[in-house]
Each structure stands twice: as structure tokens, then as C-alpha cells.
Design a protein around this ligand. Structure first.
Ligand SMILES: NC(=O)C1=CN([C@@H]2O[C@H](COP(=O)(O)OP(=O)(O)OC[C@H]3O[C@@H](n4cnc5c(N)ncnc54)[C@H](O)[C@@H]3O)[C@@H](O)[C@H]2O)[C@@H](O)CC1
Ligand SMILES: Nc1ncnc2c1ncn2[C@@H]1O[C@H](COP(=O)(O)OP(=O)(O)O)[C@@H](O)[C@H]1O
Ligand SMILES: [K+]
Length: 504
């Protein structure tokens, strides 16, 4: 699924109006009908509704939804923000239509807001993608009033006060339980800082013209959904042998952090790598050999941390470095040498922190290196960002500048690569917020890279499978009990769901 900006959505609406063709007010009718149907399917027709409308097209949606719910037998009160100016054409048409339904309308002109009866559902149709400045004055007071009412709020298209394409940090924004949005995701929905506002997001199909997306391919962020993932997954043939799937080298672990190496190794093996060697300090050998029988080990000369590169590096086709390596000076000194090997590379955790301390190393990354920072590691590498939008733009910029793939981890992990607009992931859950989940991801991506996925596809597929397997593990876990090892255990379910032919 694509993720569009407010401007792109406006263009797409206009394209549909011109090319379907369909009248703008009929498109609004479709949008409202989709919302009313969603409410009906939810079994919510026995509730009463307070519908809050601005006078733009978002408000127009609200009026049409009010009419449709009233026709379905719901008791409705409509509240319209009234500052004396006329509404948009489609708003005015819907106001006239609503008058015919005898729905009571309250005009809001000051702070004397009517209390919302307990149990009413609030429909928030104050502002949509046309928001052009933060809410203030009476409007901000109204939104505070709605948020504090204790009523469930359903926002239409986007919670009012939330900007589609830039940060709304510190602004007054509706806190919705559900957001009913049209056709595609909006950029605001994938930013962690907005998670508190959108609630559960439902994307409703309003039949916008498919040709628009075709004609502007490459201009949109992409949500890596199942269809997209299936298109990049490489099926194995019956005659495959281990030589087809690469020999990965993982450089991981230090005294007290050997678990990171074990988890990365197991995840790498469970992702289909042909052969795996783990380069470890001496203290980790027994741990690895007894816990992970399929992995070979290469033993560093140091007892506690890795300070050297294994012999005969030519046999490895990829390297994953970072999980649990620590920040000892000798390990730090090793990193430039690893970069100089010019192998396909995945860099995570302390290896990222070492680069952050010596940013000149960024210039030495082999082409198409994959970096997997969480936001703090990212900020150490590329400087602090005031909000998630700026951090994402920095990731795009850094990926182009250093010719690398950046996996900026989070709830909707963002992947940036040169020449691509960017990809957001939509699998995963808060059960993954336990130390070690990142090590598992490094193992998975390293395993896929060894199997000759391109760097970008290894990142996209790895992040998707990582989250999906964690989602599958929830069948027998709560968020609290889910462990990174469970992600590895359920990787087979993740893979199977991609491989299994979909029943239509
Ligand atoms: N044909 C279409 O274009 C469709 C549009 N739809 C709806 O239309 C919405 C966009 O409508 P509009 O472009 O009319 O925009 P909005 O309804 O979001 O509101 C824009 C109006 O609010 C004012 N405004 C913006 N920020 C303000 C602020 N902080 N305080 C006070 N006033 C402010 C603007 O000056 C403008 O008058 C979408 O979100 C969606 O709900 C849907 O009906 C689907 C079809
Ligand atoms: N709420 C969440 N939703 C989806 N994915 C999550 C969530 N919390 C954590 N994750 C994922 O778990 C991983 C955590 O990685 P990281 O922060 O490096 O942890 P660690 O270094 O402790 O292993 C990332 O891939 C991240 O995307
Ligand atoms: K809204």
C-alpha cells in the first residue's frame, strides 16, 4: 500500500473527479457511506452520536455521515464551528441535505460548549487534510473539551489538528479511538510521535482512480504489505544446495553479552543462510557451540571481546557486525578494518555506536551497507532531531549521501535507500520492546543478504518477517511474555505465510 501526502491525496481526488468522472460531492457521498457502513458493521447503530464539523470538506463528510446514521435510526446531534464564513460547496450541499432529515444542529461560536451526553460517540469532522495551521482559541478549547469528555472519538480522515506531512508536536490534536481514513495511509499515521492521536486506523476504499497511482509510481512512500513482500520473496527450487544460500560471518558477542551473538546466530540460521560462522571471543565458544549446533565458530585471540578479523575472509559472502560486541578500545580499532574488507555488510548496535564516535567512518562504508539503528543510535550517528518527520528526512538524506540502506527501527520501521522514496513496515507489536529483538533482526537480515537478496530487499523482507513472526508468537504470548527467542521460534510461521499460496 502506498502512503500519500496531503497534496498527493488532493491531486488523486481531483484526478478521480476528472477521469472517472464523478462529481466531487458524490465522492464525498462515497466517503461518508464507507464510514457509515464501517460503523454499522461494528454493531454501533444503537449508540447516539455527537458529530463535530468544521466548514471544509472534512466537515462536509461529517454532515453526510450524520445524515446516513440518522437514516439508519441513530439519534444524532450535529455541532458546527461557525465563524460567519460560508462552507465549501460540498459542505453547503450536505448542510441542505441534512436539514431535510430534521437532525438538530448546534452552532459553536464561543466556549459555551454543550456537554456531550455520556455514552455518545463523538464523530470528529472538524479538520482533515486541509489543516494549514495549529489549532488555537475556541477550536483548540473545543478539541480539549472533546478529549476530556470521556466519550469515544471516531475521527474522519485524520484526527483534527494533526498535520498530514509535518510534525504536530506540542499542538492540540484530537485523541481518537479510531481513525477512519480514505483509500491509503497518510504519512502522519506511521510516525511514533502521533501514535497517541490516531487510535486504531481503518483505511476505507472510496474507489479513487487506480491510474493515478500507476502514473506517479515512485513518488510515494510504500507500506510493505503482503503483496509487496511476496513480489520480492525468492522461492527455492528443488535442486537448491547449501552453496546457493551463502556463507555468512557474524561478528558478535563479548563477555557478558554472548546472548546477543547466540540470538543473532539462531535468527540468521532460521532465515535460510547456507552456512554460518560466528566470530567470537574465546569466552563465547562453549556457549555458542552448545547452544547453536549449526553454527561454526571462528575464535578471536582475545578472551573477552573481538579484536581481530578471522583468517581466510574470502569464504564469507556477507558480514553482520555489532550485536553484543561492546565498546572496548581494541574492538573500536577493529571496525575500520572490517569496513575495508568491502564485503556486503550489516552494521548494528555497538558497531553503530563506534561509527558514531568516529563519523569519518561513514565515508568508508562499502556501497549498499545496511545500518540498523534504533532512534537513539540514529541520533548518535546523524545528530538529534526535533521530531520523527525530521529524523525520517535525515535518514533519506544519509542513505543517499553514503550510498547505504538505513533501517530506522520503531513501530513502523522506516527503510531508506538511495534512489527510493522510502518504505515503512507494518508488522510487529509492543511485545518486541525487549532487549535482544534488534539482535534477532540483525541475524535475519544478514541471513537474507547472504542469500543474495539486494541490500534493500534484505532489509525490507527481514524487517517484515521479524515483525510478522513476533505477531504470530502472540498466539501463545502476551506483549509482556514475548521474548526475542520467540521471534526466532516463530520465524517459520512468518516465512510460511509468505510462501503459502493465498486463497482468494
Ligand atoms: N473530493 C475530495 O476532495 C474529498 C475530500 N474529502 C474530505 O475533505 C477533507 C479535506 O477538505 P478541505 O480541503 O476542505 O480541508 P478541511 O476540511 O480539512 O478544512 C480546511 C478549512 O479549514 C481552515 N483551516 C485550516 N486549518 C485551520 C485551523 N487551524 N483553524 C481554523 N481553520 C483552519 C482552512 O482555511 C479551510 O477553510 C479531507 O480530509 C476529507 O475528509 C472526502 O470527502 C473525500 C473526497
Ligand atoms: N512497539 C513495537 N512495534 C513494532 N516493532 C517493535 C516495537 N518495539 C520494538 N520493535 C522492534 O524490535 C526491535 C528492537 O530493536 P533494538 O531497539 O535494537 O533492541 P535491542 O538492541 O535491545 O535488541 C526493532 O526491530 C523494532 O522495530
Ligand atoms: K477530522
Amino acid at each position: 500500500m502506498q502512503i500519500l501526502s496531503a497534496e498527493q491525496i488532493r491531486e488523486w481526488d481531483a484526478y478521480t473527479i476528472a477521469h472517472e468522472p464523478v462529481a466531487s460531492v458524490d465522492l464525498m457521498e462515497r466517503a461518508a457511506e464507507a464510514c457509515a457502513e464501517w460503523i454499522e458493521k461494528k454493531g454501533w447503530l444503537h449508540f447516539d452520536y455527537s458529530v463535530y464539523c468544521g466548514k471544509g470538506n472534512n466537515g462536509g463528510d461529517g454532515l453526510a455521515i450524520a445524515r446516513m446514521l440518522s437514516q439508519r435510526g441513530c439519534k444524532i446531534t450535529v455541532h458546527i464551528l461557525e465563524f460567519g464564513h460560508k462552507g465549501t460547496d460540498d459542505f453547503q450541499v450536505n448542510l441542505e441535505r441534512l436539514h431535510e432529515c430534521n437532525v438538530p444542529i448546534v452552532f459553536i461560536q464561543d466556549n459555551g460548549f454543550h456537554p456531550t451526553p455520556k455514552g455518545n460517540i463523538i464523530i470528529d469532522a472538524l479538520f482533515g487534510s486541509g489543516l494549514n495551521r495549529p489549532l488555537e482559541g475556541i477550536v483548540a478549547d473545543l478539541v480539549d473539551f472533546m478529549n476530556n469528555s470521556g466519550n469515544k472519538i471516531v475521527s474522519i480522515d485524520i484526527p483534527s489538528g494533526l498535520f498530514t506531512d509535518k510534525s504536530s508536536k506540542g499542538n492540540t490534536v484530537v485523541k481518537a479511538a479510531h481513525t477512519l481514513s480514505f483509500q491509503v495511509y497518510k504519512t502522519a499515521f506511521v510516525m511514533a510521535e502521533n501514535g497517541q492521536y490516531t487510535g486504531q486506523i481503518e483505511i476505507l476504499d472510496i474507489g479513487l482512480h487506480k491510474d493515478y497511482l500507476e502514473q506517479h509510481k515512485g513518488a510515494f512512500f510504500q507500506m510493505t504489505d503482503e503483496t509487496f513482500i511476496r513480489s520480492i520473496y525468492k522461492k527455492r527450487t528443488s535442486f537448491s544446495h547449501k552453496g546457493n544460500f551463502g556463507h555468512a560471518l557474524l561478528m558478535a558477542g563479548s563477555y557478558g553479552k554472548m546472548g546477543a551473538a547466540v540470538m543473532a546466530a539462531k535468527a540468521c540460521l532460521r532465515s535460510g543462510v547456507g552456512l554460518l560462522t560466528v566470530h567470537l571471543p574465546k569466552c563465547g565458544v562453549d556457549i555458542m557451540q552448545t547452544s547453536t549446533h549449526e553454527a561454526m565458530v571462528s575464535i578471536d585471540k582475545d578472551e573477552h571481546c573481538i579484536i581481530s578479523i578471522p583468517d581466510d575472509i574470502s569464504k564469507y559472502n556477507v558480514i553482520g557486525v555489532g550485536p553484543g560486541i561492546g565498546l572496548e578500545n581494541e574492538t573500536k580499532s577493529l571496525l575500520p578494518a572490517i569496513l575495508q574488507l568491502k564485503k556486503p555488510l550489516v552494521i548494528d548496535a555497538d558497531a553503530l555506536n563506534i561509527i558514531a564516535e568516529n563519523k569519518a567512518l561513514l565515508q568508508q562504508l562499502p556501497a549498499q551497507t545496511i545500518l540498523t539503528p534504533h532512534p537513539k543510535e540514529f541520533d548518535r550517528l546523524f545528530g538529534e532531531s526535533p521530531n520523527d518527520f525530521v529524523r525520517m528526512e535525515k535518514a533519506q538524506h544519509a542513505a543517499s549521501k553514503h550510498n547505504c540502506v538505513i533501517v530506522l527501527k520503531g513501530h513502523n520501521t522506516f527503510m531508506a535507500a538511495p534512489g527510493a522514496k522510502g518504505f515503512f513496515n507494518n508488522t510487529g507489536n509492543p511485545g518486541m520492546a525487549t532487549g535482544g529483538s534488534g539482535d534477532v533482526l540483525t541475524g535475519i537480515i544478514t541471513g537474507l543478504l547472504a542469500q543474495k537478496y539486494s541490500a534493500l530487499n534484505a532489509a525490507i523482507l527481514g524487517v517484515y518477517l521479524h515483525g510478522l513472526s513476533a505477531d504470530m508468537a502472540l498466539q501463545f504470548n502476551s506483549f509482556e511474555t514475548l521474548l526475542p527467542s520467540d521471534i526466532i521460534k516463530y520465524l517459520y510461521r512468518g516465512f510460511k505465510s509468505i510462501i503459502t499460496e493465498k486463497k482468494e
